[in-house]
Design a binder for this molecule. Structure first.
Ligand code: GLN
Length: 199
């Protein structure tokens, strides 16, 4: 995986991108809103927020972002996709992660719920998962690793550099998932730069 310093992009066509920004900034990340292909230049990592996947796909098509997003994912830089963000990566949409999402699988808005999750790699404390019109991951490819489950169904997964979650880690004050995500990239670089400066 390539490790480069640079801003973290948040796809800002529609949906809950600001909630991700609010969690990322205090972690020391420079955040850039992504609305067009050139906004992806030089990013270290990318977040695809929750929202409404049909609207988000229309925006991606309108802005010519499908191919640049595929290139970004293929570059090995980390991508964190939450809820609608995960849906747009699936085999019926951009096809950037080998899984299928069943939209609104837990019911509509009134069936939104929260649940404590054991998140692989985030320590022993449970992570509070907020599920809002959440999808269910109904097919996982062989290279997809499950990071968290709810009711024996996967709710957080990873395939290489692509992280997909059916819940909203950005809607709690718990920054462990975002911290891990940017540590995959930025912090290592920042540390390297600091080390060089100090030498
Ligand atoms: N149900 C929405 C969709 O299908 C996703 C909901 C969300 O992102 N919270 O796009």
């Amino acid at each position: 995986m390539s490790r480069r310093a640079g801003p973290v992009g948040v796809l800002a066509l529609q949906g809950g991108f600001e909630a991700h920004e609010r969690l990322l900034r205090p972690l020391g990340a420079e955040v850039r809103q992504v609305r067009m292909p050139s906004d992806l230049d030089g990013l270290a990592a990318l977040v695809l927020p929750g929202g409404e996947s049909t609207t988000m796909m229309l925006g991606i098509e309108r802005e010519g972002l499908a191919a640049p997003l595929a290139e970004f994912a293929a570059s090995g830089r980390p991508v964190l996709a939450t809820c609608a963000g995960a849906i747009i990566l699936d085999d019926e949409h951009l096809g950037l992660i080998d899984l299928h999402c069943e939209r609104n699988a837990y019911g509509g808005q009134i069936h939104s719920f929260e649940a404590d999750l054991k998140f692989d790699g985030a320590g022993d404390d449970p992570f509070r998962g907020v599920f809002i019109r959440a999808p269910r991951f109904t097919r996982l490819g062989d290279d997809v690793v499950v990071l968290a489950e709810h009711d024996s169904a996967p709710v957080a997964v990873r395939e290489r550099n692509i992280f997909a979650m059916s819940f909203h880690p950005e809607l709690t004050a718990d920054d462990r998932i975002h911290r891990r995500f940017i540590e995959m990239n930025l912090v290592n670089n920042v540390t390297d730069i600091d080390r060089k400066k100090a030498a």
